[in-house]
Design a protein around this ligand. Structure first.
Ligand code: ZN
Length: 169
């Protein structure tokens, strides 16, 4: 396994529509292994292949149990509800915005050996599915954000979230 370089906003890899994976070979497995290592190293929750310069429909998502879900040729097949919240991206470091997404998202994808499966999740992981799949079509969350936050607004937002969590305890 090896860490891969994460490309940043402005790189043309992030604006391309990625091609489907057709060969489920050792090259794909190495890509997936490297993407997982790169994701864990970066402290993020999702990474799409174009973010490491590979224009293929592949992404990895870490769910709230910290399990890695490998998605090859993923498609959203069902959504439910709505959530509005803070979103960021490893390719847009230091910038965060408010984005509205479905609350529940069901994805159909292939695993590293080409077997089809479906996975459904909610909240942050559902947000992540939407965000990563958009990367595969050349889009960044900043295009969708209803508002990008300044540093002060970000601090204020995080403080409010922490207060809300304390109230719940
Ligand atoms: Zn991203």
């Amino acid at each position: 396994m090896a860490l891969r370089n994460i490309v940043k906003q402005g790189d043309e890899c992030l604006q391309k529509v990625c091609r489907p994976v057709t060969e489920f070979n050792s090259r794909l497995h190495t890509l997936l292994d490297d993407m997982t290592e790169t994701l864990v190293d970066s402290g993020g929750v999702g990474l799409a292949a174009p973010q490491v310069g590979v224009l293929r429909r592949v992404c990895v998502v870490m769910n709230e149990e910290e399990e890695i879900i490998e998605l090859v040729n993923p498609e959203i097949v069902a959504t439910e509800g709505e959530q509005t919240g803070l979103e960021g991206c490893l390719s847009v470091p230091g910038r965060f915005g408010i984005v509205t997404r479905p609350y529940v998202v069901r994805v159909r994808a292939q695993d590293r050996d080409g077997n089809f499966f479906e996975v459904e999740d909610e909240d942050l992981t559902a947000r992540c599915f939407c965000h990563e799949l958009e990367h595969l079509d050349g889009h960044l969350f900043v295009e969708r954000a209803e508002k990008m936050l300044s540093d002060e607004e970000l601090e204020e937002y995080i403080r409010r979230m922490e207060e809300m969590e304390e109230d719940e305890d």
